[in-house]
Ligand binder design. Structure first.
Ligand SMILES: [Fe+2]
Length: 251
């Protein structure tokens, strides 16, 4: 099986389309989405439709929860709040119902999907240090725990019995091809695929990952896309200028 892992698309249809075009040539069997399909970007509807057409397995991110009122708008910073209020106006009853039905966690084959921490998925904490990643991996019952939210790609290998942290990979080039041990009794892997629509690791290209269970490899993908078009859509929608500007620098 080849799983495509997408996170934090954030209403950026230009970035999503470029990623999907790249993935289409790579025999993907199943699309997995770790939440924050919407928010910040100007094409939330288009992004939701693409994922539904692919029958992607999806979990809710904090932006979905904010949109349907399960997180108060006061939880978000000013930029996110402005974008969420705009996004709410773009979505119809049908789309809001789709968001309401998204679970906080899901399991698909060897993968557990969550937007942030697996221990407390409803809190949407930023899992940025290895100790917290290991806490989530200890709570994970499958080989892979897939998580987004930080917009920074990352792979952490953990040997359960020895409680030993193996490889910790945080640079995109390190994750171009990462072999994994296909033994769920002994191992756990944390995979953050980075952000499709609003990368924050200094690389403006869209980020996504593939898990190939036959070849036993994880591959990070960085995909250039039409940043200027995504910026123009944000400006035309009247969303905050910073949301357009940051796309050019990947921060
Ligand atoms: Fe996000």
């Amino acid at each position: 099986m080849r799983y495509a892992v997408l996170a934090d698309i954030h209403g950026n249809a230009q970035a999503l389309d470029a990623v999907l075009q790249r993935l289409a040539a790579q025999r993907i069997d199943r699309y997995l989405c770790l939440g924050d399909v919407i928010g910040y970007g100007a094409q939330p509807l288009a992004c939701l439709e693409r994922l539904q057409a692919l029958q992607a397995v999806m979990v809710a991110g904090n932006h979905e929860q904010g949109c349907i009122g399960r997180l108060p708008l006061s939880w978000f910073n000013d930029l996110a709040r402005a974008a969420l209020e705009w996004t709410r106006g773009e979505l119809g009853i049908t789309e809001l119902d789709v968001l309401r039905r998204l679970p906080l966690t899901a399991t698909e084959g060897p993968c557990t999907l969550v937007h942030a921490s697996l221990q407390h998925p409803e809190q949407f904490t930023y899992v940025v240090d290895v100790a917290h990643i290991v806490e989530s991996l200890s709570a994970c019952r499958t080989l892979f725990c897939l998580s987004g939210h930080t917009h920074q790609p990352c792979v952490v290998e953990y040997e359960r019995a020895a409680r030993h942290i193996g490889r910790v990979l945080t640079a995109a080039h390190e994750m171009a091809g990462v072999p994994f041990v296909d033994d769920a009794a002994a191992m756990r892997y944390w995979l953050n695929p980075g952000s499709v629509g609003q990368p924050r690791d200094g690389d403006a290209r869209a980020s996504a990952a593939i898990i190939d269970t036959d070849a036993r490899m994880i591959h990070l993908q960085r995909v250039p896309y039409d940043v200027a078009a995504a910026q123009a859509a944000i400006r035309q929608a009247g969303l905050p200028e910073f949301l357009a500007a940051r796309l050019a620098v990947g921060r």
